[in-house]
Design a protein around this ligand. Structure first.
Ligand code: NG6
Ligand code: CA
Length: 508
């Protein structure tokens, strides 16, 4: 049976034509794909998603020129598992050790299995990652940061990598370019430890007077001080290799632009992982104070500007017509995640998760329902799609786009949803498992959350986790804010979804 796909290939929607799915790759002529991944950006953080207190014009422009999704998800409500799923096309809860990783963790992405960048490589693309990695490096926790560190991004499908290892609040605060820490010197070797203090650098705990931004009481972030900010973990050495937080974003931007301009004649996949608005939020001078919402708002403006710079760069090089940009976030929002940076005190009525309940760390929709904007060649223009789609689906969807065959046991949880991604199909997945401390499953706008004994409320981060010792059922069509647990009213629905979830868990 021949599948067909309506594809808008000319500027006006009225000229939509139906083309065979199989020849889509030829029509698109191997588009460049740039996947821009924000860190902790919420469903309500962009003006195109309804934010009133903040203006994000560049992302709004992207949404107007393409398709804006309202029911797109990361797999999980934290970073490492969401990124693991994006890379592997499998649910992270199927593999042990995919929770938030420390900065010295070893690589958790299998090197012998298909990955998102390998799909592109198999189709003859050049591939790169620029930005936050957070999936571990090397094969040991104790590793020599002064020599090449393998395996890493270059061993799971990226030709080029310019990354930082974990999160901006974790040591080591250094960049790695293709396995090697940038600017490390033999006379000042880097040592990292997550258990005990190492070297003589002051810590936030001993010397809070040295901090330019105070850590939140009770949340740690009081170990080695780097650039006036207390971090998680201890490090010493690498004085010249340490990043300056205010320059993190532009450093990544320059590397991303370099990669783009060096690949004008060969199709490429760029995985561009921004660090905003994750803590520590320390925006560049040009954005500081600009949002009036504290450094979190300023970091969102910086992120929006960065996306604008990428768009502008593509235009200058005449590459925008042959490029698809996909923008999303790895999990929902959080205000106080370790530093007293004004995110709470200057919130000014802003709703980072929009109408959703919960945020980062939560099984409620705020945890995984995130902005997802797709624009460029072959993508419907000015469309809003309510289709259910997961970032984990990009692996199979890109394979479908590029005619790359996946074996049946590869990337099993990833669904080929090309028509959904282009904005033609408005349904997407029929079901999706969501992941925080517990699991939930969504089907036809009904959501079942499995019972959990975990805390229902994390005071320090002000998070409603969604943990509850009994079944929860929400009717998302009429109650997107998950206010009314209707489990006792619809026992058959609970049974149906519970069985579906158990089936997914068994389906290893
Ligand atoms: C948490 C950190 C938080 C942040 C998060 C990872 C504490 C108390 N909190 O454990 O600050 O680093 O991990 O965020 O240590 S993520 O977006 O990479 O998942
Ligand atoms: Ca994150």
């Amino acid at each position: 049976m021949k599948k067909t796909l309506s594809l808008i290939i000319l500027p006006t929607a009225s000229l939509a034509v139906t083309v065979p799915l199989t020849s889509l790759a030829q029509i698109l002529n191997k588009p460049n794909i740039i996947y821009i991944y924000a860190d902790d950006l919420g469903f309500g953080d962009l003006s195109s998603y309804g934010a009133k207190q903040i203006e994000t014009p560049h992302l709004d422009k992207l949404a107007q020129a393409g398709t804006r999704f309202t029911n797109a998800h990361s797999t999980s409500s934290t970073c490492t598992p969401s990124r693991f799923a994006l890379m592997t096309g499998t649910y992270p809860w199927r593999q042990e050790g995919t929770g938030i990783l420390p900065g010295d963790a070893k690589l958790i992405v299998p090197t012998d299995k298909i990955t998102l960048p390998k799909v592109f490589k198999n189709a003859g693309y050049a591939t790169a990652i620029v930005g936050k990695w957070h999936l571990g490096l090397g094969s040991e926790i104790k590793k020599d940061w002064n020599a090449a560190i393998k395996p890493g991004p270059n061993d799971v499908g990226f030709d080029y990598s310019f990354i930082f290892p974990a999160t901006a609040d974790r040591v080591p605060t250094v960049f790695l370019e293709n396995e090697q820490v940038v600017a490390v010197e033999a006379k000042d070797p880097i040592l990292v430890d997550y258990e005990k203090k190492i070297g003589s650098d002051p810590t936030g705990k001993e010397h809070p007077e040295l901090l330019k931004m105070q850590s939140s009481p009770g949340q740690g972030h009081d170990q080695t001080i780097i650039n006036g900010i207390g971090r998680i973990g201890y490090m010493t050495g690498g004085t010249r290799a340490r990043w300056v937080d205010e320059e993190l974003s532009t450093t990544f931007l320059h590397k991303a632009k370099d990669f783009i301009s060096q690949h004008q004649d060969k199709p490429f996949f760029l995985y561009f992982c921004l660090t905003e608005p994750h803590v520590p939020r320390m925006p560049a001078t040009q954005f500081r104070g600009k949002s009036k919402l504290g450094y979190r708002g300023d970091a969102i403006l910086q992120l929006d500007w960065t996306v604008g710079q990428i768009q502008q760069n593509l235009q200058l090089l005449g590459m925008e017509k042959n490029t698809i940009i996909i923008f999303s976030s790895d999990n929902g929002p959080v205000l106080d995640d370790g530093y007293l940076d004004g995110a709470v005190t200057q919130l000014n009525g802003h709703l980072p998760a929009g109408p959703l309940r919960g945020g980062k760390y939560s099984i409620f929709e705020g945890g995984t329902r995130v902005p997802f904007i797709v624009t460029g060649k072959g993508i419907a223009k000015g469309k809003v799609s309510n289709a259910l789609i997961s970032q984990m689906d990009l692996l199979a969807t890109c394979a479908q786009l590029l005619g790359v065959k996946l074996k049946t046991d590869e990337a099993k949880d990833s669904k080929a949803l090309l028509k959904t991604l282009t904005g033609e199909d408005l349904k997407g997945r029929s079901t999706l498992v969501q992941h925080a401390q517990t699991l939930a499953i969504v089907k036809d706008d009904w959501k079942y959350i499995a019972p959990s004994k975990g805390t229902p409320y994390m005071k320090l981060t002000d998070t409603e986790t969604g943990n509850h010792p009994e079944d929860q059922l929400y009717d998302l069509k009429n109650d997107i804010g998950e206010k009314n647990n209707v489990a006792t009213e619809y026992p058959e629905k609970v049974t149906e979804l519970k069985q579906l979830l158990e089936g997914e868990q068994k389906n290893k």
